[in-house]
Design a protein around this ligand. Structure first.
Ligand SMILES: Nc1nc2c(ncn2[C@@H]2O[C@H](COP(=O)(O)OP(=O)(O)O)[C@@H](O)[C@H]2O)c(=O)[nH]1
Ligand SMILES: [Mg+2]
Length: 194
């Protein structure tokens, strides 16, 4: 049994350029000493972060692989592979940049094609700039119609970087535990004791 951590999750950051993916990732790991930074050579880099999460009166030791993407066309194939193995996906847009929001639809399509469920996605509305052009309502509607989670960064009453990570990780653990529970139920229904 591995006692170093209870779960290892891979979480990826995607979205148009200049939406704050790298900035947010740096903020997340900058507050924690236990990091290893791999310099980008192929348009993607990952950082390791360890954290403890309390969920339903239980504490879990989590090891995270946080993957940053650069989004250029030539890295598309590599990024596609990431969707398949990701436990969670942060989809970034900048609420001051309409194009970055419009790009989210195509990215959701890409995720759907490559990631069976597509329920582990969180839309992150980031505000870089002073002139907001995408409203909260538009973001919420988009998230609801695509059945994904939603959060804002950098705006009034918004989450901070570590909150969104914790929220994502809790969601992913929840899903893993639920899957285990469902697997158990199925087996019991089949009359097999486990
Ligand atoms: N002050 C501030 N600047 C930000 C924030 N997020 C992103 N930026 C800036 O916006 C620009 C684009 O951010 P970056 O993380 O490189 O975007 P990426 O292309 O999505 O990785 C950079 O100049 C960042 O310093 C933020 O939360 N606060
Ligand atoms: Mg970047």
């Amino acid at each position: 049994m591995n006692t170093e951590y209870d779960f290892l999750f891979k979480i990826i950051f995607i979205g148009a350029q200049q939406t704050g993916k790298s900035y947010t990732l740096n903020q997340i790991v900058g507050r924690n000493g236990q990091t290893d930074l791999y310099t980008p050579t192929i348009g993607i880099e990952f950082v390791i972060k360890q954290m403890q999460i309390s969920l339903q009166n239980k504490a879990y030791k989590i090891k995270l692989q946080l993957w940053d993407t650069a989004g250029q066309e030539r890295f598309k194939v590599i990024i596609r592979d990431q969707y398949r193995s990701a436990s969670g996906i942060f989809l970034f847009c900048n609420v001051c940049d309409l194009e970055s929001f419009q790009k989210c639809s195509a990215l959701i399509e890409e995720i759907r094609k490559n990631n069976k469920e597509c329920t582990n996605v969180m839309l992150v509305g980031n505000q870089i700039g002073s002139q907001r052009v995408v409203s909260v309502d538009e973001l919420v509607t988009f998230a609801q119609s695509n059945n994904i989670m939603f959060t804002e960064l950098n705006t009034e009453n918004s989450d901070n970087e570590n909150n969104i990570l914790e929220r994502m990780v809790k969601y992913v653990i929840h899903q893993v535990l639920l899957d285990k529970e469902n697997a158990k139920l199925t087996k019991q229904e089949d009359g097999i004791l486990i």
